[in-house]
Write a protein that binds this ligand. Sequence first.
Ligand SMILES: Nc1ncnc2c1ncn2[C@@H]1O[C@H](COP(=O)(O)OP(=O)(O)OP(=O)(O)O)[C@@H](O)[C@H]1O
Ligand SMILES: [Mg+2]
Length: 377
Amino acid sequence: MSTIRLDGMSKGFGNGRGIERLDITVDDGEFFVLLGPSGCGKTTALRCIAGLEEPDGGRILLGDRVVADAGRGLFVPPDKRDIGMVFQSYALWPHMTVNDNVAYPLRARRVGREAVGRAVVGALDRVGLAGYGERYPAELSGGQQQRVALARALAASPRLILFDEPLSNLDAQLRARLRQDLHLVHRETRHTAVYVTHDQTEALALADRVAIMKEGRIEQIGSPDAVFRAPRTRFVAEFVGYENRLAARVLSVDGDRAAVALPGVSAPLIARRTGPLEGGRTADLLIRASRIGLAAEPAAGRAEGQPGGSSNGLPVRVEDVSFLGDHHQFRLRTADDAILTANIPAERCTPGLLGAVGATLRAILPADDLVALDAAA
Ligand SMILES: Nc1ncnc2c1ncn2[C@@H]1O[C@H](COP(=O)(O)OP(=O)(O)OP(=O)(O)O)[C@@H](O)[C@H]1O
Ligand SMILES: [Mg+2]
């Protein structure tokens, strides 16, 4: 069983940084992603699992085996953990050819010559480096070296693979292709994987479950769908792409719906609650730029929120519009002087909408896409 259990695992660096009391269980065959901004402790957590750092608190179990226990001073070195690794730095042997680099872990395991040859050719082919086997790492670009490191981890097909931003040096196209490859390989082999990234697209595409990290701690763990749809803190929401935030007052709560009042807007808005929230509290309303709609402001005199006037809307002044390929980005100012960004698909941008700079429109914030969090969350 290739499960991983971190039991209150901590690692400090004497400067107040590192990771604090991580509790994570990764199931056998699961693809687990650690997602978080630079410096939050992702690499440190991975290095502890690999045995490249010794935790100074808590325990690590691989399957039933305790490989680190700070309390008992127990520590199993990396080469006794049977883990494949693809790290941020490629860590290739400079004096070995690509073929030898990829073959290295297999040879160390005394796999037969022919099987090694087949695995190496297959893995290089998979990462788009067929024919590069005789080159040395110094004769490859950074992205190509990264793909060799990836091939090396895939060729050995260990039960447990740790990935530290393995796609970070690749161009967008190759990145997308290798991401798909990784997904496919994982479906075939069902190895247990811990994958570190700060790229939410990678997390969405690859993860069975994702943990969002902040300053050495875990903020939220769940399926990508749960975390992306129902962030429970402002940090998580903003990190997973809820670009817009408005301050509001909670009027009432009914199940997962909350009625909220925005300064300068007469009709209440309905939002979706993802955590504890009570009437009278201040809430952050969060919404993705891609979920905001724009409509003509209803004729003067008609009350907001009434039939005919789009519900869950607020008047906004259009300050700027820029073209970003498949969508136009609108910079909007609310009556309360908050700025909203709305991304409207190009095909839905009428000449009237594009010419609306300076005009007042109605921003539509669908209740299901509008997340309300207690401002203290
Ligand atoms: N060997 C070390 N000595 C001192 N501080 C360290 C050491 N390694 C990491 N840190 C600090 O610990 C924190 C976590 O670092 P870590 O490398 O785990 O972050 P990360 O989430 O992987 O970031 P990135 O996305 O930039 O790779 C950082 O503040 C870092 O400066
Ligand atoms: Mg890192």
